[in-house]
Design a protein around this ligand. Structure first.
Ligand SMILES: [Ca+2]
Length: 537
């Protein structure tokens, strides 16, 4: 996507948390090495994906802090909890569009700002912590990435420097990391910008793909054989664009990258029809995907649709119908689609592709997500596998403390997973009740069990001991359900709370989840409560 929503500039302070410390029990796809898998097997395993759009690719003004580019198009700073939410919704692949040009030094070295590398890696690890695939690219580079013979030598020099640095920096990551050589390289402003460009443009883009792949491969290690996605001109699926694409070196680990917002008027134009779903419309979509499958997949060439989606025209049923049909039609042809989410979802506005409200972590259109998962046949997967809902690595994720001396905050001095946990200080009193609560609408349907790990500090007088229970409030009456009381032992390891959700009504309409702590009758003085690693399975 090249369009963008209105910008705002936020000055942010950045924490320097190192997320990856190899903590025990940390599910992670970061360092799994290169498996003995074909590119098609990996694409099939990617199931269905989500774009962190208009974020690390944003190029708005930043004031004195270059890292503020992340929020320069109006999205909040990316948190671990956001990616946890996306994983919990069923996505196992995240495309992270990144623009590097505004974080690069000048020729001839084009040195990338180390602080920018650190931030990109931090966000990548939010996904790896969730056992996800990551597609990392170079995104809004159109100002210099010009596909003409005249510019070719100069562009190749910068492209090669960029990919040398990126490939070396992330070489240690296993094959859940996929590089994408470019986003939508094209002759910006030309009449055929989006329809295949000129023969010269297509030839030069083939040369750029070859240069990027050669550069990545030459860094060796895991980069010698990880998957690399290469786009056609503008990532277009027009026949002229796909027919002229040359796979660099006939490399078997190269995946073709296409963007297919289809059909255009329904998917992208807010003043056009909000309806979709006739037999003719379905067969048109089938024809487009058949063309891709016949050209590539059936000849052994794997394909990812790196961007697709529909804007919100206040038409959630039509969007859901389309989403399910699209996902099923793509997956049945062994093509993995990746939804474009730019964080913006205002009804009937242009560019309203957002599915996740990144401020509240609520899903803006859960019907579309349910439909995508149904189409991609990942319902069973999401109901049986464990999802990390909250790990409190960089934010409280909206959790609050009730009846406490302080609000809930991220703490480092104790953690069960990663580097941090959630903390609140309390004043123990006889039989006192204290809560960590997340008062947000959530859909936990399909989940059978909720877990969290809690602890209290050694200080304070705990008397005969504190107990805790996980609870949810559901439905319009905020009906209370809990998993029963568990005595907290004061061990440093923490105490796991488990909640069987099978008897809970209205799991699709959870209003609040939380932990209730109950002090002993003979408790006194102040202490601290901790919670970490809230998961659902
Ligand atoms: Ca944690």
């Amino acid at each position: 996507m090249i369009t963008r929503k209105k910008l705002s500039i936020l000055a942010l302070t950045f924490c320097t948390i190192t997320l990856f410390n190899g903590a025990p029990a940390s599910a992670s796809t970061a360092y799994t090495g290169i498996r003995n898998a074909t590119s098609q097997e990996i694409v099939d395993d990617m199931k269905i994906g989500w774009n962190l759009g208009n974020t690390l690719d944003a190029t708005g003004s930043t004031g004195s802090d270059p890292l503020a580019s992340e929020t320069s198009w109006g999205n909040p700073k990316t948190t671990h909890a956001m990616i946890d939410r996306i994983k919990a919704a069923g996505f196992n692949t995240i495309r992270i569009p990144v623009t590097w040009n505004n974080h690069m030094g000048s020729a001839p070295n084009y040195t990338i700002d180390p602080a920018w590398f650190n931030r990109v890696e931090e966000v990548m690890n939010y996904a790896f912590d969730n056992d996800m695939y990551v597609i990392l690219n170079i995104h809004h580079e159109d100002s210099w990435l010009i596909p003409t013979y005249e510019k070719q030598e100069q562009v190749t020099a910068q492209l090669t420097k960029a990919w040398t640095q990126i490939a070396n920096r992330f070489n240690k990551y296993g094959d859940y990391l996929i590089f994408e050589t470019m986003n939508e390289p094209r002759p910006v402003g030309a009449a055929n910008e989006w329809s295949g460009g000129s023969s010269e443009n297509r030839q030069v883009i083939n040369n750029y793909n070859l240069a990027a792949v050669n550069t990545i491969r030459s860094t060796g290690g895991n980069n010698a054989s990880r998957c690399i996605m290469v786009p056609t001109l503008a990532a277009s699926a027009t026949s002229v664009a796909v027919d002229d694409l040359v796979i660099p070196n006939n490399d078997k680990k190269v995946i073709v990258s296409l963007h297919m917002y289809s059909p255009y008027l329904f998917a992208m134009v807010n003043t056009e029809t909000p309806n979709w779903g006739t037999d003719a419309e379905k067969s048109e979509l089938d024809s487009q995907l058949d063309a891709v499958a016949n050209k590539f997949v059936k000849k052994g060439q794997a394909v990812v649709i790196g961007e697709f989606g529909t804007i919100n025209k206040d038409n959630k049923l039509a969007r859901a119908t389309h989403a399910e049909y699209y996902a099923k039609a793509a997956k049945s042809r062994h093509i993995t689609p990746v939804w474009w989410d730019n964080g913006y979802s205002a009804a009937k506005a242009s560019d309203s592709y957002g599915l996740l409200n990144r401020n509240t972590l609520n899903l803006d259109c859960p019907e579309v997500i349910t439909a995508l998962m149904k189409g991609a046949n990942v319902n069973n997967n999401t109901t049986t596998s464990s999802s990390v809902l909250y790990n409190f690595e960089s934010s409280t994720g909206g959790w609050t403390a009730i009846n406490a001396l302080s609000d809930a905050s991220v703490a480092w001095e104790w953690k069960y997973n990663g580097n941090n946990s959630l903390r609140a200080d309390i004043n123990l009193s006889s039989g006192g009740q204290y809560y960590f609560a997340l008062p947000q609408n959530q859909d936990l349907s399909g989940k059978s069990q909720l877990k969290a790990v809690v602890r209290h500090a050694d200080w304070g007088n705990h008397g005969t001991g504190m107990s805790a229970k996980l609870y949810v409030k559901t439905g319009s009456s905020y009906q209370w359900f809990d998993g029963g009381s568990t005595k907290i032992d004061s061990s440093v390891a923490g105490t796991e709370l488990t909640f069987d959700l099978s008897k809970v009504a209205n799991l699709n309409d959870v209003k609040e989840i939380g932990v209730q702590f109950i002090a002993a009758d003979n408790a006194a003085w102040n202490t601290s409560l901790y919670m970490d690693y809230v998961t659902a399975q």
